[in-house]
Design a protein. Structure first.
Length: 160
């Protein structure tokens, strides 16, 4: 059960990386973007003041001004990442239901934070860290910290 909390935290943190993951390994569509589009996207990825919803809208607006090929490939990347997220959630749904109420509460808090598009990515990460910091089981806390380091050290989410 402790492992499931780690996995849910991984999902939340790695999903957050999806938004900014283009910095780690550029998806193929970026190579085909106009120079102006690349510059705007780079500026956007460096701007941590926008909420996740604002960032999403800005990305969509940038892509809207690109070629049909870029638009198509961008939509494919978005669909793959959404599919990945849904597959993980489906795989763990049954296990989540078997968790203790305390563990389910931690999972629920992390999911709620992750689903809030009216906060910035930085705020999401800070809020998830707060939930983790409140966890009293030191073994879970240590594994969560280790997992977080591994997520940001290796771009796990981008690998197919």
């Amino acid at each position: 059960m402790k492992f499931l909390i780690l996995v849910i935290t991984f999902i939340a943190l790695s999903s957050a990386m999806v938004l900014r993951g283009m910095n780690v390994g550029e998806p193929g569509f970026m190579e085909k973007m106009s120079q102006e589009g690349k510059e705007k996207l780079k500026e956007l990825m460096e701007d941590d003041s926008k909420t996740k919803a604002e960032t999403d809208n800005a990305i969509n607006n940038i892509i809207a001004n690109e070629s049909e090929e870029v638009k198509k490939e961008f939509e494919e990347v978005k669909a793959k990442k959404e599919q990945f997220k849904n597959e993980l959630k489906t795989k763990f749904q049954d296990t989540i239901s078997k968790l203790s109420p305390e563990a389910q509460n931690v999972v629920s808090q992390i999911e709620s934070i992750h689903n809030d598009t009216n906060i910035t990515l930085k705020q999401e990460i800070e809020q998830i860290k707060e939930v983790i910091a409140k966890e009293t089981d030191e073994a879970i806390k240590a594994k969560l910290k280790e997992l977080k380091k591994n997520i940001f050290k290796h771009n796990i989410i981008e690998k197919d």
